[in-house]
Structures are given as C-alpha cells and as structure tokens.
Write a protein that binds this ligand. Structure first.
Ligand code: ATP
Ligand code: MG
Length: 276
C-alpha cells in the first residue's frame, strides 16, 4: 500500500459533500504518476422499484489501496459493493473494474469474476466437501486447473489465512472465524486483482472477529486492492487508506482514517456518536 497514492476521487460536489483536505491536497502532486484505478465508479445510480438506493456514487481506488465503506444500515453500502461485481446492475453511470466496463451489458462476467473476489457475512461453504475441496472447486471448474495445481494453490491460500492444518477438515469441524477464513482463502485461490468484503465479521464474536480482521490486515499489507464494508471503526481507521462515509445513497464524507476523529458533517458526527 502506498499512502501517497491516495484515491483520486471524482470531484462531484453534488454527491460528495465533503472530501477531507488531506486527501484533496495530495491530488495535484500525483498527476502523471497515477495509474488507471483498479476500481472506478462514476455517478452511479441504482433503484429498487421506487427506492432510490444509490444517488450518484463516485469513487476510485488505485492499485494496492484499501477503502473502507461505513454508514448507517440502509445507506447503500452493500448495494455499492455488489454493483462492483455486477451482482446488481446499475441504472446509470459507469463502473470500471480491472479494465472491465461493468456497466456494459456485453461484459464477460466470467472474466470480471476472476478478477474480483467477494466475501460476505455468511461464508456459504459446501458442508459435504472438505476445506481443500471447497477451495479447489472454482479454480478447477472456472480456470480448468489440474487438481495438483489447484491443491497447491489451496495450500498456499490456507497458509495465508493461518489454516494450513485444516485442509482435510469439514466446515462443521471449524469455528465461525475459521470458516470465514476458509471463505477468504477460497476467494484468494482465484487470484483476484481486487477483494470486496461485506461485513465479514458481523456474525462473529469478538475473539473470532479479531482473527479474521488480522487476515484482512495482512492482505492489505501485502498490497491487495480491497473494499471493506465494515462496522469496525477502529479497524477501518487503521487499515484503510481512505474511508467513505455513505449516507442516504451518497458518498457523504471521505478522507483518510483520521477523518473519524474529526468529522466534518453533522451526519457523520451523529453516526459516530450513536454507533449503528
Ligand atoms: N435486492 C433488493 N431488492 C430490493 N431492495 C433492496 C435490495 N437490496 C437492497 N435493497 C434496499 O436498498 C437499500 C440499501 O440496502 P443496502 O443493503 O445496500 O444497505 P447497507 O448500507 O448495506 O445496510 P446494512 O448496514 O444494513 O447492511 C435498503 O433500503 C434495502 O432495503
Ligand atoms: Mg449491507
């Protein structure tokens, strides 16, 4: 992660009431050295029926950066994340991810999903398969990897999440935190360019939460580009290069972790003081 590479946020005042000074001030120096962002949303709108859920969301994430999305329940965090992987189809705006135009109906979903890993609160491991079989399934089926190669990758990703000794275990023999780490290993086995995490620790007790967060932090330190939707504020402030506070379907306030100590809008102040 390179902090000086800080997000090149689209400067749309209508949808971004506050971009913290620290973030904006860095932008002019970066011109010329900026690569194409790995993830870029521009003026994304999404409704479910008459419910306007995303009302012009724009942000960009350079390679190797971590963005944490925070905000009240119903503010559109999961929807924004799901749009990045085209699990939801946007109404207008553009989303580019690893060179894929996600808004384009002609997109090759198989290619997109090879580049984007997504992990949810529920781990959805197959109970009748071992940990290793759960992990090797997609590399074999989607990438046509031979079993030996897929097993090699499974061993490596299990090592990454601290579960090298659990390859032959079944999901029910593992704690919730361990199962979530297997789900992360399963995603990593596809060797994605970007990882999306949607409240992956919400169902876990504090001790298990810690072990999953440590895995995510290690991924961040290893340079993985990531979007984390999280309610873990301290974790977000520590690990994320940029925090996005979403409110009523908009990027309401954005900045480095320190912005949580110095909120600029009444809405973020209120959110931080009242919790969720
Ligand atoms: N598939 C769907 N069909 C209809 N409405 C949906 C769908 N998904 C989300 N919504 C609605 O969109 C709004 C935003 O939901 P979203 O899940 O993005 O919020 P969130 O910020 O992730 O909240 P939480 O913190 O509770 O997870 C909510 O009003 C929700 O009811
Ligand atoms: Mg959600």
């Amino acid at each position: 992660m390179k902090r000086e590479d800080t997000m090149n946020l689209a400067q749309d005042a209508a949808v971004q009431p506050v971009a913290h000074a620290a973030l904006s001030a860095q932008q002019p120096q970066q011109q010329g050295q900026q690569q194409q962002p790995v993830v870029e949303l521009k003026d994304v709108h999404k409704s479910f029926g008459s419910n306007q859920v995303l009302k012009g969301v724009s942000f960009a994430i350079p390679k190797g950066q971590v963005v944490a999305i925070i905000g009240k329940s119903g503010s559109g965090k999961s929807t924004a994340l799901r749009c990045i992987d085209r699990l939801e189809i946007i109404d207008s705006g553009t989303i580019n991810v690893c060179g894929h135009a996600v808004h384009d109906p002609a997109i090759d979903l198989r290619q997109l999903r090879q580049d984007v890993g997504i992990v949810f609160q529920s781990y959805n491991l197959f109970p009748h398969l071992t940990v290793e079989q759960n992990i090797t399934l997609a590399p074999k089926a989607v990438k046509n990897l031979p079993t030996a190669k897929a097993r090699e990758i499974a061993a490596r990703t299990l090592q990454q999440v601290g579960l090298a000794d659990k390859a032959q275990a079944y999901p029910e023999q593992l704690s919730g935190g361990q199962q979530q780490r297997v789900a992360i290993a399963r995603s990593l086995a596809m060797e994605p360019q970007v990882m999306l995490f949607d409240e992956v620790t919400s169902a876990l007790d504090p001790q298990l939460t810690g072990e999953v967060l440590r895995v995510i932090e290690a991924l961040a330190q290893g340079g993985m580009t990531m979007v984390l939707v999280t309610h873990e504020m301290e974790f977000a402030a520590r690990v994320a290069d940029t925090i996005i506070y979403m409110h009523e379907g908009k990027v309401w306030e954005t900045g480095p972790g320190a912005m949580l100590k110095n909120p600029q809008t009444a809405e973020l102040r209120d959110f931080l003081s009242h919790g969720l």
